[in-house]
Design a protein around this ligand. Structure first.
Ligand code: SAM
Ligand code: SF4
Length: 334
């Protein structure tokens, strides 16, 4: 089958799939405390997810990241991982991975490793139990630390993703770096994005902590060397001389990665977003449910990729955030 090439000659090889909008946490920058979730019938079934992902893999997608919501709270999720693992066995899929809050890893780490998952991203913004409970509202730190330990015991590589929040985890910058160095985890900081409508007691614009500043603060005390490697995404990496560890910076609001963008995102309802920063999307659920013949699904995928925009237009420079997204990360999958 012909591979997926967009109008700017970028090959689409990376699909991020949100398998649920539900979550057992209520992180303040991501969800309001009293979220209304989608009716179950709107969600793609595990079989539909399998069918759709398999079409993408047939068209050259070689990396699949499962996300949410919290992917590990989706009922029967291992069945889906098992289905995807057949593409690892044929070699069509090079990497099957997930982004999780870690709450269910104690239970799932070993089965995931057995199915061919090699790496996992765990979101963790603080190592202070009280602050963890505050930012996640419903999360409990020891449970997540147990999950991370289980992942390591199962042989999974762990990357910690920490959202940089001014006045919240600024004081933990070095303790997070030290902890990851000690434990052998990779670490990436994420710049907070304006997502969703006003979340009341949630994220405030004054919590925005530009990673440029965070990086400068690291460089005050540590020796940072830029690494040239890129993932085709918004992350940049440095090596820390003192510890040898790799630290990443994800600045989704800058344009510096659009030209190499190799990814698209599928929501749990089957909407394909061609760019994280644009509203345009394609509904793949309708052709999926209309017929068991895959031809119209393939056609819808190709038509969507043909509309992938060159870049996005977030702009933090004005106090009012231009290009502010109205959808939640839990819907599109972070
Ligand atoms: N529940 C899983 C987790 O927390 O890792 C997967 C989904 S979560 C939406 C994916 C990532 O998006 C997490 O690392 C989270 O910190 C990040 N995220 C959520 N809201 C964000 C925002 N407003 N700005 C930046 N990152 C955000
Ligand atoms: Fe749940 Fe992840 Fe959003 Fe936190 S960031 S509320 S863990 S989906």
């Amino acid at each position: 089958m012909l591979s997926l090439i967009d109008p700017f000659a970028r090959a689409i090889s990376y699909l991020r799939v949100s398998v649920t909008d539900r979550c057992d946490f209520r992180c303040t920058y991501c969800m309001s405390e009293h979220m209304t979730f989608l009716p179950k019938a709107d969600l793609l079934s595990l079989e539909e997810l399998d069918r759709l992902c398999s079409r993408f893999i047939g068209m050259g997608v070689s990396k699949l990241r499962i996300t949410g919501g919290e992917p590990l709270v989706r009922k029967g999720i291992l069945t889906f991982f098992e289905a995807m693992s057949r593409h690892l066995q044929t070699g069509a899929l090079k990497e099957l991975t997930l982004t999780t809050n870690g709450s269910q890893l104690a239970k799932f780490a070993q089965p995931l490793a057995d199915l061919g998952v090699r790496r996992v991203n765990v979101s963790l913004d603080t190592l202070d139990a009280a602050k963890f409970a505050q930012i996640t509202r419903w999360g409990r730190l020891p449970q997540v630390l147990d999950g991370i330990a289980a992942a390591r015991a199962a042989g999974l590589r762990v990357k910690i993703n920490a959202v940089a929040l001014k006045g919240f985890n600024e004081d933990e910058l070095f303790s997070l770096v030290d902890w990851c160095a000690r434990e052998g985890h990779d670490l990436t900081f994420i710049e907070v994005m304006p997502m969703g409508e006003d979340m009341g007691d949630g994220l405030r614009l004054d919590q925005y902590w530009p990673l440029k500043d965070l990086r400068a603060r690291l460089a005050d005390r540590l020796t940072l060397t830029d690494l040239t490697e890129r993932s085709g995404g918004p992350a940049r990496y440095v090596r820390i001389g003192e510890t040898g560890q790799k630290v990443g910076f994800i600045t989704p609001l800058t344009h510096n990665f659009c030209e190499s963008c190799n990814r698209v995102r599928l929501t749990c309802t089957g909407q394909l977003y061609m760019c994280l920063g644009q509203e345009d999307m394609a509904d793949l659920r309708a052709p999926l449910r209309a017929s068991s013949d895959d031809a119209s699904v393939d056609e819808a995928i190709r038509a969507a990729i043909a509309r992938k925009p060159k870049g996005h237009d977030f702009d933090y420079s004005r106090q009012k955030v231009a290009g502010q997204m109205t959808r939640h990360m839990s819907h599109t999958g972070g």
